[in-house]
Ligand binder design. Structure first.
Ligand SMILES: O=C(O)CCC(=O)C(=O)O
Length: 288
């Protein structure tokens, strides 16, 4: 595999250690003007579509669902620099959703690891160990103050503990939504422009209860082409990226999706997980 020359990391050794051990990292990356531009783009897009849903999960890099005004977040050098620090060079965007919820919406998920789409007999316990090279990172970039992400720090590098096992039962995937609280669960509260990067094999959940304020959060996933893919690589629906669609995009977004297509072509083995994921998204989350 071609190795590119690593550039100096924007992350300190302490930050890298924190991410490796705790499974998350918070960094302020967008200024107020950029946050305001993205909020305006979301509002314009909702108005233009006549969008009335009070809660949605919009796959904004897919044709027909695209929000052109926020797509260039996938080329943001600050975001990519952190991803390079965490994963390595040649960062490939792999997931892009807009989490939207109006004030008053009741938003709750059960605690889970992001292996929900994988058949039970294909979940490998070795994925949840300190030795596993997890070549994937998710990022939530809030455009409004957001306290909906909860995580159990360090749980990506170990098996479920007794308290977690008691609520997960006979699965590694998800606990019931009304399960008792986890004592080690930590709420991550982030301000507009302050990104949280996290290992999505950690036990985590989205949970706001009844939202006091509107939630607008851009959610992305990244992989590094320097390393073998994990099963989570393959979230974007690359089959929808026609030449015509790619031509319609801003140059940096087009280049990011082109790099995604090249990387996907190199790893046909992830297609089976892509198919599971698409089925899962359609069934479990009413994505728009
Ligand atoms: O709402 C959130 O921020 C949580 C998202 C989440 O749990 C996931 O993408 O797996």
């Amino acid at each position: 595999m071609t190795q590119s020359t690593p550039r100096p990391s924007v992350l300190s050794d302490a930050e890298l250690t924190f991410f490796r051990e705790q499974g998350y990292l918070v960094r302020k990356l967008l200024d107020d003007a950029t946050v305001a531009r993205y909020v305006a783009a979301v509002d314009d897009s909702r108005r233009e579509r006549g969008e009335t849903q009070r809660m949605s999960n919009l796959q904004f890099l897919q044709p027909g669902k695209a929000i052109p005004g926020i797509q260039d977040i996938v080329c943001n050098e600050g975001v990519l620099d952190v991803c390079r620090g965490l994963l390595g060079e040649r960062i490939i965007v792999d997931g892009a959703s807009l989490f939207y919820g109006d004030a008053g919406v009741d938003y709750r998920q059960g605690w889970h690891r992001d292996v929900l789409q994988v058949p039970d007999d294909q979940v490998d316990q070795n994925w949840f160990s300190p030795d596993y090279h997890y070549n994937y990172v998710q990022m939530n970039m809030p455009l409004t103050t957001d306290g909906c992400l909860w995580i159990v720090p360090g749980s990506h590098r170990r098996q479920l503990n007794a308290e977690e096992r008691a609520i997960f039962g006979n699965t590694e995937k998800m606990a019931p939504i009304d399960a008792p609280e986890l004592g080690d669960g930590k709420q991550i509260v982030v301000q507009p422009g302050e990104a949280v990067f996290y290992n999505n094999y950690a036990v985590h959940r989205g949970y706001g209860g009844v939202l006091q304020d509107r939630r607008i959060t851009i959610h992305l996933g990244f992989h590094s082409a320097e390393h073998a893919p994990t099963l989570h690589f393959g979230v974007l629906d690359h089959t929808e990226y026609s030449l015509e669609y790619l031509e319609s995009l801003a140059p940096c977004v087009r280049e990011a999706l082109r790099a995604h297509l090249v990387e996907r072509a190199k790893h046909p083995e992830v297609n089976v997980f892509h198919a599971y994921h698409q089925q899962f998204l359609k069934k479990e989350f009413k994505t728009t």
